[in-house]
Design a protein around this ligand. Structure first.
Ligand code: ADP
Ligand code: MG
Length: 285
């Protein structure tokens, strides 16, 4: 496992699945025995606490950024074996928080955890400039819809201007509203596809439970994709234990062979077809 890696999860449009991705990649890294902290860096609209059943008992990120609490006081243990640093939901705290201090906080967390995941707000908000520039890799979440891709392209440009590095794309909600294939999204944005996550009703169930999907329903299609992406980020082989029900192939471990790196055709080739088939449960391939 590579240590001290900081990933920022970003998107163009909001509501495309950043927090879902951040939390589930975190739980996958934890499952692979990595220590991980998910930080809610959306200073205007904190929402990690809406997805995980955890609350700030002593202090929030806003308190730390205001100089009113030490960082340790804002770290909580959450379901999925991840630590979290939650933001305040009180709008009054927004003005007190100094985003410039994020740099020091992120660097401290980098020294403590194997993986630090920064869950940001949608779009080009000012408080994302530090996380986007500081992360070792930005995971850009996009849905296969026109609006999401257009906005992701703008965010990609901003990240480049900030000197940030894009790790790759998570194409979320395949089989939902959008019809573009994951590899076409990758071609359009000129970035590697880390993984495609199917539209999956189990995501809402896990949110209601306040537990990452990867933890409570690891056989669900979306959980399998998130695990694949999480293990891929830390370069760990995915254990071959989740293909229980009728999947004689077992796990898909070679996500680097995804379609983003191969041809530009809309029609998947035979090997792409099987990859797509695996990540979408056969909906596309
Ligand atoms: P963001 O953090 O980008 O605003 P969220 O992670 O909060 O987005 O997700 C927005 C909504 O979409 C939530 O209601 C979430 O449950 C739902 N969602 C995200 N990914 C999926 C998916 N793969 N399948 C079904 N619903 C999803
Ligand atoms: Mg969010």
């Amino acid at each position: 496992m590579t240590d001290g890696n900081v990933y920022a999860v970003a998107s163009g449009k909001g509501g495309v699945g950043k927090t879902t991705t951040a939390v589930n990649i975190g739980a996958a890294v934890a499952e692979a025995d990595g220590s991980v902290v998910v930080v809610d860096v959306d200073l205007g609209m904190a929402n990690v606490g809406d997805v995980l059943a955890v609350s700030a008992t002593e202090a929030t990120l806003h308190d730390v950024l205001a100089g009113d609490a030490p960082l340790e006081a804002a770290i909580e243990s959450a379901p999925g074996d991840v630590d979290v640093v939650l933001g305040s939901e009180d709008i009054e705290d927004f003005g007190r928080a100094d985003p410039a201090k994020l740099r020091e906080i992120i660097e401290t967390l980098r020294e403590t955890y194997d993986v630090v995941i920064l869950d940001g707000g949608g779009g080009l908000s000012h408080d994302m400039t530090v996380p986007l520039g500081l992360a070792d890799g930005v995971v850009l979440v996009v849905t296969p819809t026109e609006a999401s891709m257009t906005n992701a392209a703008k965010t990609r440009e901003l990240i480049e201007r900030l000197g940030g590095r894009i790790e790759g794309l998570v194409v979320n909600r395949i089989g939902g509203a959008g019809r573009t294939t994951p590899e076409a999204v990758g071609d359009r944005l000129g970035e590697r596809v880390l993984g495609a996550v199917p539209e999956d009703g189990a995501v809402a169930v896990s949110t209601d439970e306040g537990t990452p999907l990867v933890t409570i329903d690891r056989q669900s299609p979306a959980a399998q994709s998130f695990r694949e992406i999480g293990y891929g980020l830390i370069d760990e082989p995915l254990p071959r234990d989740w293909g229980e029900e009728g999947d004689s192939e077992g796990a898909v471990s070679e996500i680097d062979d995804g379609p983003a790196e191969s041809g530009t055709d809309e029609e998947p080739t035979e090997s792409e077809r099987s990859w797509l088939s695996k990540v979408t449960g056969g909906w596309l391939g």
